[in-house]
Ligand binder design. Structure first.
Ligand code: DC
Length: 220
């Protein structure tokens, strides 16, 4: 079974994807981690993030792998565990450069499809989460979801995860990312055809997971 969950930052899709995958005993494919790992590699190498050909060259040379240890996602970059480093603020702030490049996306989309095919072989399916999973990467998915929530609630959730963060600043960053994700010329964030749209503004994670599960069960 192939399930996709798309939506903006802070819509709850990561936690929901993880919980849904656990409930169905399949794997969670966090595709944002591939964009983050490349961004980290580019920042470390000091390459100009606006130089698309340098990014394309780099994505062809690095090795990104994902796996799970004790239920936690482990991302490796050329064999080094970078699971924590890819969540740093400078990686989040700069990931839009790699996400906006058609050439980079072609390589990462192929990588995500390969990872997906391996997961189908290993566990019979996966829950892929990102911005373009139901629209571009796995358009034939069995069930597609699009999660959304108000900007204010999404900013509040981010602040709950990062106690030192300033709410107004986080809210501004979320609005900027929304604008970038939905207006970019390549693979913009859209509601995929046939997706079940869920507004999580007034829902907690258990309610979101239960709702996703009930849709998946009725689709089986
Ligand atoms: O979901 P996230 O915050 O980990 O995503 C990191 C970056 O990658 C963000 O700029 C959006 C982008 N992204 C994307 O363009 N397509 C995806 N399928 C997943 C993430």
């Amino acid at each position: 079974m192939i399930i996709t969950i798309d939506g903006p930052a802070g819509s709850g899709k990561s936690t929901a994807a993880k919980k849904l995958a656990e409930a169905l005993d399949i794997t969670h494919l966090d595709t944002g981690a591939t964009y983050r790992a490349l961004t980290l590699a580019a920042l470390r190498a000091g390459i100009d993030l606006e130089d698309e050909s340098a990014l394309i060259d780099m994505v062809g040379r690095i090795d990104i792998k994902m796996g799970y240890t004790d239920g936690n996602l482990r991302v490796t970059l050329d064999g080094e565990d970078v699971s924590r480093e890819i969540r740093a603020a400078d990686v989040s702030d700069n990931s839009h450069y790699v996400a906006c490049s058609v050439g980079v996306r072609d390589v990462l989309v192929a990588m995500q499809r390969r990872m997906g095919a391996e997961l189908v072989g290993e566990s019979g399916g996966f829950v892929a989460e990102g911005r373009d999973q139901g629209s571009v990467v796995f358009p034939d998915a069995d069930v597609k979801f699009y999660l959304d929530a108000s900007c204010e609630v999404r900013a509040r959730r981010r602040c709950d995860e990062m106690p030192d963060a300033d709410y107004e600043q986080v809210l501004r960053a979320i609005r900027t990312r929304d604008e970038r994700d939905s207006t970019r010329p390549v693979a913009p964030l859209i509601k995929p055809d046939g997706a079940v749209v869920i507004d999580t503004t007034d829902m907690n994670i258990e309610e979101v997971t239960a709702e996703l599960l009930s849709h998946v069960r009725s689709a089986k």
